[in-house]
Design a protein around this ligand. Sequence first.
Ligand SMILES: CC(C)=CCC/C(C)=C/COP(=O)(O)O
Length: 286
Amino acid sequence: MPSPKAKNNSGRSGSVPGVSSNGRYEFMSLNRSPPPHLLQRQGSDPTSARLRASESPTRRRGSGSSNASSSSATGGQQLPEEDCMRLNPSFVGIALSSLLAIDLWLSKRLGVCACEDSSWGSIRPLMKLVEISGHGIPWLAGALYCLYKSDSAAGQEVMLNLLMALVMDLVLVGVVKAVVRRRRPSHNRMDMFATFSVDRYSFPSGHATRAAMCARFLLAHLVLAAPLRVLVLLWAALVGFSRVLLGRHNVTDVAFGFGMGYCQYNLVEMLWVSPVGLQLLLGQVG
Ligand SMILES: CC(C)=CCC/C(C)=C/COP(=O)(O)O
Protein backbone atom coordinates (compact mmCIF):
# COMPACT_ATOMS: atom_id res chain seq x y z
CA MET A 1 0.00 0.00 0.00
CA PRO A 2 1.55 3.29 -0.98
CA SER A 3 2.73 5.16 2.06
CA PRO A 4 1.80 8.83 2.34
CA LYS A 5 5.42 9.26 3.43
CA ALA A 6 6.61 7.97 0.04
CA LYS A 7 9.97 9.14 -1.17
CA ASN A 8 11.36 9.62 -4.67
CA ASN A 9 8.60 11.57 -6.42
CA SER A 10 5.80 9.37 -5.12
CA GLY A 11 2.44 9.92 -6.74
CA ARG A 12 3.86 10.94 -10.12
CA SER A 13 2.99 8.99 -13.23
CA GLY A 14 5.52 6.30 -14.07
CA SER A 15 6.16 5.50 -10.42
CA VAL A 16 5.96 2.04 -8.97
CA PRO A 17 5.98 0.82 -5.40
CA GLY A 18 8.82 -1.12 -3.72
CA VAL A 19 9.17 -2.18 -0.10
CA SER A 20 11.53 -0.23 2.14
CA SER A 21 13.59 -1.63 4.98
CA ASN A 22 10.86 -0.70 7.48
CA GLY A 23 8.36 -2.89 5.59
CA ARG A 24 6.39 0.02 4.05
CA TYR A 25 5.79 0.40 0.35
CA GLU A 26 7.56 3.27 -1.31
CA PHE A 27 7.26 4.66 -4.82
CA MET A 28 10.13 4.96 -7.22
CA SER A 29 10.28 6.11 -10.79
CA LEU A 30 10.42 3.61 -13.66
CA ASN A 31 12.76 5.95 -15.49
CA ARG A 32 15.27 6.42 -12.73
CA SER A 33 17.52 4.16 -10.68
CA PRO A 34 15.93 2.79 -7.54
CA PRO A 35 17.39 4.15 -4.30
CA PRO A 36 20.43 2.21 -3.05
CA HIS A 37 18.59 0.85 0.00
CA LEU A 38 16.05 -0.84 -2.27
CA LEU A 39 18.71 -2.27 -4.59
CA GLN A 40 20.60 -3.62 -1.59
CA ARG A 41 17.43 -5.14 -0.15
CA GLN A 42 16.61 -6.91 -3.39
CA GLY A 43 20.10 -8.39 -3.49
CA SER A 44 19.85 -9.75 0.05
CA ASP A 45 16.15 -10.72 -0.06
CA PRO A 46 16.05 -14.46 0.80
CA THR A 47 13.12 -15.07 -1.59
CA SER A 48 14.86 -13.61 -4.62
CA ALA A 49 18.10 -15.31 -3.54
CA ARG A 50 16.25 -18.63 -3.50
CA LEU A 51 14.72 -17.91 -6.89
CA ARG A 52 18.10 -17.06 -8.38
CA ALA A 53 19.65 -20.18 -6.88
CA SER A 54 16.95 -22.36 -8.37
CA GLU A 55 17.39 -20.87 -11.82
CA SER A 56 19.24 -23.12 -14.26
CA PRO A 57 22.31 -21.71 -16.06
CA THR A 58 20.50 -22.22 -19.38
CA ARG A 59 17.57 -20.10 -18.25
CA ARG A 60 19.94 -17.46 -16.92
CA ARG A 61 21.72 -17.32 -20.29
CA GLY A 62 18.35 -17.23 -22.07
CA SER A 63 17.18 -14.26 -20.08
CA GLY A 64 20.24 -12.24 -20.98
CA SER A 65 18.42 -9.86 -23.30
CA SER A 66 15.81 -9.01 -20.72
CA ASN A 67 18.57 -8.42 -18.19
CA ALA A 68 20.22 -6.08 -20.64
CA SER A 69 17.05 -4.10 -21.06
CA SER A 70 16.52 -4.03 -17.32
CA SER A 71 20.06 -2.82 -16.77
CA SER A 72 19.42 0.15 -19.02
CA ALA A 73 16.26 0.92 -17.05
CA THR A 74 18.11 0.76 -13.74
CA GLY A 75 21.09 2.87 -14.59
CA GLY A 76 23.62 0.16 -15.46
CA GLN A 77 22.87 -2.15 -12.50
CA GLN A 78 22.00 -5.68 -13.64
CA LEU A 79 18.87 -6.94 -11.89
CA PRO A 80 17.62 -10.53 -12.13
CA GLU A 81 14.52 -10.94 -14.25
CA GLU A 82 12.21 -11.79 -11.35
CA ASP A 83 13.24 -8.64 -9.46
CA CYS A 84 12.51 -6.51 -12.52
CA MET A 85 9.07 -8.05 -12.77
CA ARG A 86 8.45 -7.13 -9.17
CA LEU A 87 9.33 -3.54 -9.95
CA ASN A 88 6.62 -3.40 -12.63
CA PRO A 89 3.33 -4.09 -10.88
CA SER A 90 0.34 -4.07 -13.15
CA PHE A 91 -2.21 -1.31 -13.25
CA VAL A 92 -4.67 -3.75 -11.64
CA GLY A 93 -2.23 -4.29 -8.76
CA ILE A 94 -1.89 -0.58 -8.12
CA ALA A 95 -5.66 -0.07 -8.41
CA LEU A 96 -6.27 -2.91 -5.91
CA SER A 97 -3.68 -1.56 -3.45
CA SER A 98 -5.29 1.88 -3.66
CA LEU A 99 -8.78 0.41 -3.14
CA LEU A 100 -7.55 -1.51 -0.10
CA ALA A 101 -5.90 1.62 1.29
CA ILE A 102 -9.14 3.58 0.90
CA ASP A 103 -11.08 0.66 2.39
CA LEU A 104 -8.89 0.50 5.51
CA TRP A 105 -8.93 4.26 5.97
CA LEU A 106 -12.71 4.55 5.52
CA SER A 107 -13.46 1.54 7.72
CA LYS A 108 -11.30 2.93 10.52
CA ARG A 109 -13.06 6.30 10.28
CA LEU A 110 -16.51 4.67 10.26
CA GLY A 111 -15.75 2.36 13.20
CA VAL A 112 -17.30 4.88 15.58
CA CYS A 113 -18.90 2.24 17.86
CA ALA A 114 -15.86 -0.05 18.01
CA CYS A 115 -15.72 0.34 21.80
CA GLU A 116 -17.52 2.19 24.57
CA ASP A 117 -15.07 5.11 24.52
CA SER A 118 -15.32 5.59 20.73
CA SER A 119 -16.99 8.78 19.49
CA TRP A 120 -20.39 7.02 19.11
CA GLY A 121 -19.70 4.43 21.79
CA SER A 122 -23.03 5.17 23.50
CA ILE A 123 -25.00 3.52 20.67
CA ARG A 124 -22.82 0.39 20.74
CA PRO A 125 -25.47 -1.60 22.71
CA LEU A 126 -28.06 -0.70 20.06
CA MET A 127 -25.69 -1.80 17.27
CA LYS A 128 -25.12 -5.05 19.12
CA LEU A 129 -28.86 -5.64 19.11
CA VAL A 130 -28.83 -5.14 15.33
CA GLU A 131 -25.93 -7.61 15.22
CA ILE A 132 -27.99 -10.23 17.06
CA SER A 133 -30.91 -9.67 14.68
CA GLY A 134 -28.63 -10.82 11.82
CA HIS A 135 -26.88 -13.62 13.71
CA GLY A 136 -27.21 -17.21 12.47
CA ILE A 137 -28.62 -18.67 15.69
CA PRO A 138 -31.87 -16.62 15.93
CA TRP A 139 -32.48 -17.19 12.22
CA LEU A 140 -31.91 -20.95 12.44
CA ALA A 141 -34.01 -21.18 15.62
CA GLY A 142 -36.77 -19.06 14.07
CA ALA A 143 -36.91 -21.12 10.88
CA LEU A 144 -36.98 -24.40 12.86
CA TYR A 145 -39.74 -23.08 15.12
CA CYS A 146 -41.87 -21.92 12.16
CA LEU A 147 -41.30 -25.26 10.40
CA TYR A 148 -42.50 -27.08 13.49
CA LYS A 149 -45.49 -24.80 14.01
CA SER A 150 -46.55 -24.52 10.37
CA ASP A 151 -49.69 -26.50 9.57
CA SER A 152 -49.76 -25.91 5.80
CA ALA A 153 -47.65 -27.77 3.28
CA ALA A 154 -46.74 -24.50 1.56
CA GLY A 155 -45.53 -22.96 4.85
CA GLN A 156 -43.46 -26.02 5.64
CA GLU A 157 -41.92 -25.95 2.18
CA VAL A 158 -40.87 -22.31 2.56
CA MET A 159 -39.45 -22.83 6.05
CA LEU A 160 -37.57 -25.96 5.03
CA ASN A 161 -35.94 -24.10 2.15
CA LEU A 162 -35.11 -21.15 4.42
CA LEU A 163 -33.45 -23.56 6.81
CA MET A 164 -31.39 -25.09 4.02
CA ALA A 165 -30.51 -21.61 2.72
CA LEU A 166 -29.22 -20.60 6.17
CA VAL A 167 -27.06 -23.72 6.46
CA MET A 168 -25.73 -23.24 2.92
CA ASP A 169 -24.89 -19.62 3.77
CA LEU A 170 -22.88 -20.66 6.84
CA VAL A 171 -20.94 -23.23 4.80
CA LEU A 172 -20.20 -20.91 1.85
CA VAL A 173 -19.13 -18.00 4.07
CA GLY A 174 -16.96 -20.36 6.14
CA VAL A 175 -15.23 -21.65 3.00
CA VAL A 176 -14.55 -18.15 1.62
CA LYS A 177 -13.32 -16.91 5.01
CA ALA A 178 -10.99 -19.90 5.34
CA VAL A 179 -9.59 -19.36 1.83
CA VAL A 180 -9.18 -15.57 1.96
CA ARG A 181 -8.12 -15.37 5.66
CA ARG A 182 -8.42 -11.63 5.93
CA ARG A 183 -7.94 -10.46 9.50
CA ARG A 184 -10.66 -8.40 11.18
CA PRO A 185 -9.85 -4.69 11.60
CA SER A 186 -7.36 -4.00 14.38
CA HIS A 187 -9.88 -1.77 16.18
CA ASN A 188 -12.43 -4.62 16.47
CA ARG A 189 -13.10 -6.10 19.90
CA MET A 190 -13.74 -9.83 19.50
CA ASP A 191 -16.75 -9.95 21.84
CA MET A 192 -19.32 -11.55 19.50
CA PHE A 193 -21.43 -14.36 20.87
CA ALA A 194 -21.49 -17.86 19.33
CA THR A 195 -18.87 -17.82 16.61
CA PHE A 196 -17.12 -20.52 14.59
CA SER A 197 -13.32 -20.58 14.44
CA VAL A 198 -13.36 -19.14 10.87
CA ASP A 199 -15.17 -16.10 12.25
CA ARG A 200 -11.84 -14.67 13.36
CA TYR A 201 -11.57 -13.78 9.67
CA SER A 202 -13.55 -10.92 8.24
CA PHE A 203 -13.98 -11.46 4.49
CA PRO A 204 -16.86 -11.63 3.69
CA SER A 205 -19.21 -10.47 6.42
CA GLY A 206 -21.48 -13.39 7.32
CA HIS A 207 -24.06 -11.00 8.71
CA ALA A 208 -24.14 -9.14 5.39
CA THR A 209 -24.55 -12.32 3.31
CA ARG A 210 -27.33 -13.54 5.60
CA ALA A 211 -29.09 -10.17 5.66
CA ALA A 212 -29.05 -9.87 1.86
CA MET A 213 -30.12 -13.47 1.26
CA CYS A 214 -32.84 -13.48 3.92
CA ALA A 215 -34.20 -10.11 2.80
CA ARG A 216 -34.57 -11.42 -0.76
CA PHE A 217 -36.09 -14.63 0.59
CA LEU A 218 -38.66 -12.82 2.74
CA LEU A 219 -39.58 -10.39 -0.04
CA ALA A 220 -40.09 -13.24 -2.48
CA HIS A 221 -42.00 -15.65 -0.25
CA LEU A 222 -43.98 -13.58 2.23
CA VAL A 223 -46.91 -11.43 1.28
CA LEU A 224 -45.91 -8.15 2.89
CA ALA A 225 -47.40 -4.67 2.70
CA ALA A 226 -45.19 -2.00 1.10
CA PRO A 227 -44.06 -0.42 4.42
CA LEU A 228 -42.97 -3.81 5.69
CA ARG A 229 -41.05 -4.49 2.48
CA VAL A 230 -39.19 -1.22 2.96
CA LEU A 231 -38.52 -2.17 6.58
CA VAL A 232 -36.98 -5.49 5.50
CA LEU A 233 -34.63 -3.65 3.12
CA LEU A 234 -33.75 -1.07 5.78
CA TRP A 235 -33.03 -3.84 8.28
CA ALA A 236 -30.66 -5.56 5.82
CA ALA A 237 -28.84 -2.30 5.12
CA LEU A 238 -28.58 -1.53 8.85
CA VAL A 239 -27.16 -4.97 9.63
CA GLY A 240 -24.43 -4.40 7.02
CA PHE A 241 -23.69 -0.84 8.13
CA SER A 242 -23.57 -1.85 11.80
CA ARG A 243 -20.73 -4.29 11.00
CA VAL A 244 -18.50 -1.37 10.00
CA LEU A 245 -19.71 0.91 12.82
CA LEU A 246 -18.93 -1.81 15.38
CA GLY A 247 -15.46 -2.15 13.86
CA ARG A 248 -16.13 -5.82 13.05
CA HIS A 249 -15.53 -5.43 9.31
CA ASN A 250 -14.00 -3.31 6.60
CA VAL A 251 -16.34 -1.74 4.06
CA THR A 252 -15.29 -4.19 1.32
CA ASP A 253 -16.15 -7.20 3.54
CA VAL A 254 -19.71 -5.92 3.85
CA ALA A 255 -20.04 -4.85 0.20
CA PHE A 256 -18.84 -8.27 -0.98
CA GLY A 257 -21.07 -9.93 1.62
CA PHE A 258 -24.14 -8.16 0.25
CA GLY A 259 -23.26 -9.23 -3.30
CA MET A 260 -22.59 -12.80 -2.21
CA GLY A 261 -25.83 -13.02 -0.22
CA TYR A 262 -27.78 -11.64 -3.18
CA CYS A 263 -26.29 -14.34 -5.45
CA GLN A 264 -26.83 -17.04 -2.83
CA TYR A 265 -30.55 -16.42 -3.07
CA ASN A 266 -30.35 -17.27 -6.81
CA LEU A 267 -28.76 -20.56 -5.78
CA VAL A 268 -31.57 -21.17 -3.26
CA GLU A 269 -34.12 -20.69 -6.05
CA MET A 270 -32.20 -23.05 -8.34
CA LEU A 271 -31.95 -25.74 -5.64
CA TRP A 272 -35.48 -25.17 -4.34
CA VAL A 273 -36.80 -28.33 -2.68
CA SER A 274 -40.50 -29.02 -3.22
CA PRO A 275 -42.48 -31.49 -1.04
CA VAL A 276 -42.52 -33.96 -3.96
CA GLY A 277 -38.77 -33.55 -4.43
CA LEU A 278 -38.25 -34.02 -0.71
CA GLN A 279 -40.33 -37.20 -0.65
CA LEU A 280 -38.31 -38.54 -3.60
CA LEU A 281 -35.08 -37.59 -1.82
CA LEU A 282 -36.16 -39.21 1.44
CA GLY A 283 -37.41 -42.28 -0.47
CA GLN A 284 -33.97 -42.70 -2.07
CA VAL A 285 -32.19 -42.29 1.26
CA GLY A 286 -34.56 -44.70 3.06
C1 LIG B 1 -22.90 -20.00 15.36
C2 LIG B 1 -23.68 -19.67 14.15
C3 LIG B 1 -24.85 -20.53 13.85
C4 LIG B 1 -23.39 -18.67 13.33
C5 LIG B 1 -22.25 -17.75 13.50
C6 LIG B 1 -22.68 -16.42 12.98
C7 LIG B 1 -21.56 -15.42 13.00
C8 LIG B 1 -21.04 -14.97 14.29
C9 LIG B 1 -21.08 -14.97 11.84
C10 LIG B 1 -20.00 -13.97 11.72
O1 LIG B 1 -20.53 -12.87 11.06
P1 LIG B 1 -19.59 -11.72 10.56
O2 LIG B 1 -18.69 -12.34 9.53
O3 LIG B 1 -20.50 -10.70 9.95
O4 LIG B 1 -18.85 -11.19 11.74
